[in-house]
Design a protein around this ligand. Structure first.
Ligand code: DI6
Ligand code: FE
Length: 409
């Protein structure tokens, strides 16, 4: 298949800085099966491909299929009532201290069946596809008993089998201390380490192990214990780090050579150097900043230090109730000062890096044909306009999953 008549192609290769998108104008992409066989200008399409069937991109912008590298995709219920409270001035921590917040979603999730959670997550994924998303990282963390964590991880396993998107699972049993263990948190940490992590690893239910290192959640020492146990069992660490206070989460991520350190609104200069030195990807989550009215991530300082900054939604019912990744890209510009080009690199090949997946997130020969066709004349125009139906086509492994308008004719 040839996708021709591409106005601008953003290849987003891993080389180069945050703003280097490896653009080609008047481009074409050729794939056979699920794999890209050729990329270049339309004029140069080699003879051997010229008679392949083709799709007309109608001068659109074509980018790699977007990667949402941090979501809590499956959960029960919503928390719109808490949102109203927060707008009236009650803080996230105050709500959590009264048994709301994460614990309220834990109650709702425990009350849901695996099938119910699966159906809802599947629908949400389909809406993400319409925005150009083709790969989604999904965290457990709203079960907090082995049975309920397993239920969430099974949902992700089924999605991995049934849904055309790439689904990457993360075990987040250490999201918060469940109510039953509030007086005995050591016992919960022990259970995570001795009972849950080995089973998750053995049954290959997740690739990553994540911890919410924060006041009211897990301490530095607890996070270190849990993540080291994960490493011992073959799970790569990720950390919810320095989100609402500086808990030296970036340092721990660097020490453990985590795949990513996520949030980081309260990171300090030393933390930035630590991430840079150990090449840990920083994951910016602007919806969470927006909804909690948190301070901005020092994105410019991170980039200048040489840290790759990924951008993701953090989709969850508390601090980021949206899976609109293009809107997260816009917010990473307005809140953190990224440029649209830098933001796009953060949701493509740097997001792939946060997932340890070099095979994803860029348009190159030999890579999977994961593409989003955007009806905009440039990356700047696309992000700045935030037009609701800008994504007119989504292609995953060479198959068209979403199409709108008449670009295919
Ligand atoms: N940080 C967040 O922003 C979410 N989890 C986390 O570790 C919040 C999750 C929630 O409020 O339900
Ligand atoms: Fe999160």
């Amino acid at each position: 298949m040839i996708l021709r008549n591409i106005g601008t192609l953003a290849r987003c290769r891993p080389s180069g800085g945050q703003n280097e998108l490896h653009l080609i104008h008047d481009a074409a992409v050729v794939w056979r099966g699920s794999c890209i066989s050729w990329v270049g200008t339309e004029k140069e399409i080699p003879k051997e491909f010229r008679d392949d069937p083709s799709l007309d991109a109608r001068r659109a912008l074509v980018i790699p299929g977007l990667i949402d590298c941090h979501t809590h995709l499956a959960f029960g219920g919503w928390r719109a009532d808490e949102f109203e409270q927060r707008m009236l001035g009650v803080t996230y921590q105050e709500i959590a201290a009264k048994g709301g917040g994460i614990l309220s979603t834990v109650r709702a999730t425990r009350g849901e069946s695996e099938d119910g959670l699966y159906e809802r997550a599947y629908k949400n994924l389909n809406e993400m596809v319409q925005l150009g998303v083709t790969t989604v990282e999904c965290k457990s963390g709203y079960g907090l008993t082995w049975e309920d964590e397993l239920k969430l991880l099974q949902v992700y396993r089924r999605l991995r089998e049934d849904h055309p998107c790439d689904i990457i699972s993360t075990f987040l049993g250490a999201h918060t201390i469940p109510l039953e263990y509030r007086e005995n948190r050591g016992e919960y940490v022990r259970r995570i380490c001795e009972e849950m992590i080995p089973e998750v690893a053995e049954r290959r239910l997740a690739e990553f192990c994540d911890v919410f290192l924060e006041k009211g959640a897990f301490s530095f020492d607890e996070a270190e214990t849990i993540l080291r146990e994960g490493v011992a069992c073959g799970l790569t660490p990720k950390i919810h780090a320095d989100q609402m206070s500086n808990g030296r989460g970036a340092h721990l991520a660097a020490q453990l050579r985590a795949a990513s350190a996520d949030h980081l609104e309260y990171i300090d200069e030393e933390g930035i150097s630590a991430l840079a030195e150990k090449k840990v990807v920083a994951v910016a989550l602007p919806f969470a900043t927006l909804y909690t009215k948190g301070p901005p991530l020092p994105a410019r300082a991170l980039i200048e230090a040489g840290v790759r900054v990924a951008v993701a939604t953090d989709f969850n019912p508390g601090t980021a109730p949206s899976y609109h990744l293009p809107m997260a890209l816009l917010l990473s510009c307005t809140l953190y000062g990224l440029t649209p080009h830098e933001a796009l690199k953060g949701a493509t090949c740097f997001a792939a890096a946060a997932l340890g997946r070099d095979d994803l997130g860029s348009i190159r020969v030999g890579g999977g044909a994961d593409l989003a066709v955007i009806d905009a004349e440039s990356v700047n125009q696309w992000i700045y306009h935030l037009r609701p139906n800008a994504c007119v086509g989504t292609i995953k492994n060479g198959k068209v999953l979403h199409q709108s308008g008449s670009w295919l004719q």
